[in-house]
Design a protein around this ligand. Structure first.
Ligand code: HEM
Ligand code: HEM
Length: 229
């Protein structure tokens, strides 16, 4: 049956999810590193695309993890050494963690902006944070947490407790610190993903071309041994 893991390949669902998530992550890495350089209005469009693509990664990764926990992957090719299996398991596990943490950190960082004030209410001025950086003069317009629509259609909420921090003068300054920390974490996780991908793709290339295994076929590229239907 097409949906069952065969002895040489992942299921069709796992393969489709793998490549959809991989394409969106690679796209988002490129958009993330280059979007600073774009001018408005293109910049706004690119950020919305980045956010939509990133949240899609989060949702697809949850499906992928549930699928992985309920469907056994094909066994390693004969001849794969113990340390290679261990390293592959470790890198795959860390990739799953990063596939969730990367978008979550992005979602948290766009939530760490003051919500728009209720109609007629004057904006709260930020208060200094004890031991923290000097307070921002005022919550700048660019830090307003405007509404987010996934792919310009589906309304996507901010993380309430993080956004609500910005409703008090003290909270605005603390929220700004949190925002800056989250931007840093978001960037660090991106570099961790890049390092994991070097190991991941390097391992796949080694198995395919050095060890002569049908490695790519496991993830749907080219032909391996035909699976029983
Ligand atoms: C952002 C990009 C990518 C991510 C997040 C990613 C993630 C993953 C994860 C988590 C697995 C483990 C599947 C499991 O056992 O549960 C996997 C397997 C695999 N990936 Fe990727 N991958 C990416 C890109 C690529 C690329 C570019 C290639 C091409 C060389 C590739 C080739 C493979 C192969 C061949 C496997 C099967 C490994 C095996 O069990 O032997 N992946 N990938
Ligand atoms: C697969 C998921 C994602 C990847 C690989 C990714 C990657 C990146 C990278 C590499 C940057 C540039 C970091 C820097 O130069 O500071 C960035 C920036 C950014 N990302 Fe993501 N991101 C992802 C998901 C998200 C999500 C889900 C959101 C929001 C919901 C988001 C919001 C942002 C924002 C607002 C910035 C600009 C931060 C700033 O410098 O002010 N990202 N992202």
């Amino acid at each position: 049956m097409a949906l069952m893991t065969t002895d040489t390949r992942y299921t069709k669902v796992a393969i489709a999810l793998h490549w959809a998530i991989a394409a969106l992550i690679l796209c988002n890495l490129a958009l993330g590193f280059f979007m600073e350089g774009f001018e408005q209005p293109l910049r706004g469009f690119v950020i919305q695309t980045h956010i939509s693509s990133g949240i899609t990664v989060l949702l697809l990764s949850i499906v992928r993890i549930v699928w992985r926990l309920t469907h056994r992957p094909p066994p390693f090719a004969p001849g794969t050494r113990g340390w290679e299996k261990g390293l592959a398991h470790l890198v795959h596990f860390l990739l799953y963690v990063a596939m969730v943490l990367m978008p979550l950190s992005g979602w948290a960082l766009i939530s760490a902006n003051p919500p728009p004030p209720p109609p007629g209410q004057i904006e709260a001025a930020p208060a200094p944070v004890p031991g923290g950086a000097a307070p921002a003069a005022a919550a700048p317009k660019a830090r307003r947490g405007g509404p987010t629509k996934l792919w310009w259609v589906i309304p996507w909420p901010k993380i309430g407790p993080i956004q609500r921090m910005g409703t008090t003068p003290q909270g605005i300054a603390e929220q700004k610190l949190l925002h800056d920390t989250l931007v840093e974490r978001h960037m660090q996780i991106a570099w961790i993903i890049i390092a994991l991908l070097v190991l991941h793709v390097g391992g796949a290339l080694k198995h395919q071309f050095v060890d002569g295994q049908a490695e790519f076929a496991r993830m749907g590229i080219g032909r391996g041994r035909r699976a029983p239907r």
